[in-house]
Design a protein around this ligand. Sequence first.
Ligand SMILES: *[C@@H]1O[C@H](CO)[C@@H](O)[C@H](O)[C@H]1NC(C)=O
Ligand SMILES: *[C@@H]1O[C@H](CO)[C@@H](O)[C@H](O)[C@H]1NC(C)=O
Ligand SMILES: *[C@@H]1O[C@H](CO)[C@@H](O)[C@H](O)[C@H]1NC(C)=O
Ligand SMILES: *[C@@H]1O[C@H](CO)[C@@H](O)[C@H](O)[C@H]1NC(C)=O
Ligand SMILES: *[C@@H]1O[C@H](CO)[C@@H](O)[C@H](O)[C@H]1NC(C)=O
Ligand SMILES: *[C@@H]1O[C@H](CO)[C@@H](O)[C@H](O)[C@H]1NC(C)=O
Ligand SMILES: *[C@@H]1O[C@H](CO)[C@@H](O)[C@H](O)[C@H]1NC(C)=O
Ligand SMILES: *[C@@H]1O[C@H](CO)[C@@H](O)[C@H](O)[C@H]1NC(C)=O
Ligand SMILES: *[C@@H]1O[C@H](CO)[C@@H](O)[C@H](O)[C@H]1NC(C)=O
Ligand SMILES: *[C@@H]1O[C@H](CO)[C@@H](O)[C@H](O)[C@H]1NC(C)=O
Ligand SMILES: *[C@@H]1O[C@H](CO)[C@@H](O)[C@H](O)[C@H]1NC(C)=O
Length: 822
Amino acid sequence: MEMKNNHSFLVLFLCFSLGTNLSIGEDTISMNESVSSGQTIISSSGTFELGFFTPGNSFKYYLGIWYKNISSQTVVWVANRETPVSDAAHLTIIQGNLVLLDKFQSLVWSTNISRSVPPKNLVIAVLCDDGNLILSDLSSNSSIPLLLWQSFDYPTHAFLPGGKVGYDKRTQRKQVLISWKDLNDPSPGLFSMELDPRRAQLVIKWNRTTQYWASSSWNGRTFSSVPGMRLNYIFNYSYIDNENESYFTYSLYNSEIPSKFIMDVSGQIKQLLWSTSLDDWYPFWAQPTEQCDVYANCGAFGVCNNVNSSCNCLSGFKARSDAEWNSNNYSSGCVRVRDQEVQCNGITEDKDSFWMNSIVSLPASQDTNITVAEASQCRSACFNNCSCTAYTYDVSGACSFWTGDLFNLQQLSKTETEKTIFVKSGSPEDQTKAKKSMKLVVLLSSTTAFIVLFIGSFSYIYYRRRRRRMTKGTGTQISHLDKIGGGEIIDVPYFCLETILVATDNFSNANKLGQGGFGPVYKGIFPGGKEIAVKRLSSHSGQGIDEFKNEVTLIAKLQHRNLVRLLGYCINGKEQILLYEYMPNKSLDTFIFDGELCKLLDWKKRYDIILGIGRGLAYLHHDSRLRIIHRDLKTSNILLDEDMNPKIADFGLARIVEGRRTEAKTEKIVGTYGYMSPEYASDGLFSLKSDVFSFGVVILEMISGRKNTGFYQSEEALNLLGYAWRMWIEERAMQLTEKSLLESCNRSEVMKCINVALLCVQEDSNDRPKMSDVIVMLVGEGTSLQRPNRPAFVIRTHASSRPSSPSKVSNNQVTITEEGGR
Ligand SMILES: *[C@@H]1O[C@H](CO)[C@@H](O)[C@H](O)[C@H]1NC(C)=O
Ligand SMILES: *[C@@H]1O[C@H](CO)[C@@H](O)[C@H](O)[C@H]1NC(C)=O
Ligand SMILES: *[C@@H]1O[C@H](CO)[C@@H](O)[C@H](O)[C@H]1NC(C)=O
Ligand SMILES: *[C@@H]1O[C@H](CO)[C@@H](O)[C@H](O)[C@H]1NC(C)=O
Ligand SMILES: *[C@@H]1O[C@H](CO)[C@@H](O)[C@H](O)[C@H]1NC(C)=O
Ligand SMILES: *[C@@H]1O[C@H](CO)[C@@H](O)[C@H](O)[C@H]1NC(C)=O
Ligand SMILES: *[C@@H]1O[C@H](CO)[C@@H](O)[C@H](O)[C@H]1NC(C)=O
Ligand SMILES: *[C@@H]1O[C@H](CO)[C@@H](O)[C@H](O)[C@H]1NC(C)=O
Ligand SMILES: *[C@@H]1O[C@H](CO)[C@@H](O)[C@H](O)[C@H]1NC(C)=O
Ligand SMILES: *[C@@H]1O[C@H](CO)[C@@H](O)[C@H](O)[C@H]1NC(C)=O
Ligand SMILES: *[C@@H]1O[C@H](CO)[C@@H](O)[C@H](O)[C@H]1NC(C)=O
């Protein structure tokens, strides 16, 4: 009994745990106990669990620690990552060491502490509430139990708040985070992160040796090259350097929020937070920010595309494994189309000896630099050296060679300075083989095309007949073999105009759903009764064929539950048509600005909608493979599905911001008055922060039930933003809330939303948070929010519903959408 109390006290002491209902046993392994497959121990307040797990579909068992209460299993530490066991294994304490034994009682893993005096029977292992597994000797005379070993000193791929990544100056031992091999295999992968104590910086390496990313040095407060660390309202980062050790660590101001810092299988380090409302890990920041900057991201001879992080092969090369590439696993890289091995004896140089590749950034390390008089000498020098793989030459006479496989090529956009690299091709004998296979491909694809065409025409005729019988003919004669504008094949179903005319009953007014930014939207009923929304872009819309194609290719790539899905498109003469999934509940503005319908959206629903829009926008800005600025976010562009889930529509204005740029300047201003940020409206400067501004306006409209544009407080001609700001500084912000909401609303959530909205509409775009931060603010419990600065007022002198003449932007072409239902 006395023993037990003693234990309780010590365990409490060990973990620095403040848990009240501490029960010994559940979180502890003592000398004569063991944990075998199927059994677990749980930290005192139930945050972490230790036991055996089998990742993915494998039958291999690993001993690990994971977050207990998180729906997607999140392993944060693995003991035997290199030596999995079959099921009958157990963890126990033998001779003062924590050991993992397999079914033959042989040692699989051990804490491996060697001590001169064997400990008494008073060694215990405790899983603490911060996720640390500690092994302690309670037999020492002093009042402080002796710490023998702790898992925080041996992190695997992750480190938790309170853990550390550092360097012990006494033992010269360092903590290294090593990625998993892949998502289902915890064995050490190629990417690792460690601390470089001399420069006080974090570095990421490939295959333990090749460094491809380094932070700036610790400046006393942060690694300033990691912008995500500068936002310090959630994480407290520290760097400790003393005579014994140097280490980097962090904690959370609100320790209840699950979080982890990981070396991800993608080759990036990520700081993640668990979001209960997303039911997923939310990446607070990641480095390197671009997937293309991860070493060997596209494998040998692969070229990484900075815009969408996809990989291609250099010309003359093909994927080593199509199956792997198709599942976005590019690590195996590319091989020569002609011949795997370059033969270099007994072959004469000809025009096919090299493949030319333009507009790529060059692989980092040249092996040889020589100076030559002209390009042909550089070429010959490479050709005549068997180990040379590629060369570049520039007019100054600098000739560089590479040997071995080429890694880290990046496709540059056309505007950047063109670089050309010449890569040795295979032996020419195989050229004929390659040509033959080309022919076969052509033959095959034309056969497929024919079959598709045949089936297509057949079903079309069949459908047309049926439809005729039903409608007695519509009289329009349009070929269904419409050509796509530029002859480019886009991977989105193409619908012929005829089908659309039939489905929408010749764009009848009865089928009109509304007037969107660039033209009317109709409801169409397609074969099988499928309802589809048809957006008919008006020819006066200013949306040219290029913009149209841009929209089609863009939207087709974006998939998120808060974005409207594109189902197909059509081009025929002047007609440009997009087919979207049909949203039975129309758009958000039909509800919130309607005296009766607004009652259908209680606070909880509105809060969910705000979050949904935020997530959709954050996806466009940060998470999709493209980086997209919507540029026309407004309540009429938010559609609602049958469960009132919001989906963002109308990406016609979206532009890819190429590469790393997050800001761009446009000559043609598009957008909707009232939602446009001041820098966009006046200077045509759009950025991710212009969307953040629009999002802030949408939140305020949803809370107040009033339009930013059509809003006038009788005494002053303030718009909604001005009014909201006044209420905020006068500490009357709750008065903004629409009356019908007051009953159902949660005061603190409303205040949080108003605070966030005002942060989003601040005048200086640099002050506005990123969408990813906005989400964290909205879902984060108990994070204290910054106080907003004065918002940008889109001050208007007259109460007319049209914007005054766009004299401010007279140099630019202006297209401003009027407010209106759709
Ligand atoms: C463990 O078992 C041995 C023998 O079975 C016993 O002598 C010892 O007291 C036990 N230790 C504890 C801590 O229960
Ligand atoms: C675990 O999660 C559920 C629901 O997400 C919550 O109700 C419960 O309080 C959580 N338990 C702990 C110990 O955090
Ligand atoms: C245990 O440590 C010794 C040195 O202290 C080392 O030689 C041995 O390889 C280690 N064993 C394991 C399993 O790590
Ligand atoms: C513990 O203290 C006793 C006397 O108080 C001493 O004899 C013994 O050697 C000490 N043991 C250790 C491990 O220090
Ligand atoms: C990693 O480096 C080792 C030698 O340190 C080498 O044997 C191995 O092939 C390398 N792995 C890859 C994928 O290149
Ligand atoms: C941040 O962490 C450091 C070191 O862990 C600690 O000394 C400091 O008090 C923390 N700051 C806050 C505001 O919690
Ligand atoms: C460094 O280690 C020594 C010996 O273990 C200890 O006395 C000292 O307090 C340590 N210094 C710091 C700053 O922790
Ligand atoms: C990425 O973009 C390039 C051109 O910018 C395009 O050719 C390629 O198909 C795109 N890949 C994916 C997967 O979207
Ligand atoms: C990717 O392919 C390599 C083999 O080229 C394989 O070892 C690795 O497990 C694959 N990764 C994933 C995530 O499937
Ligand atoms: C060749 O020149 C490039 C840049 O001019 C340099 O980065 C590289 O290290 C040089 N290589 C050798 C082997 O000198
Ligand atoms: C070929 O190039 C390699 C690396 O640049 C160099 O070490 C080697 O000496 C060259 N061989 C010949 C035959 O020039």
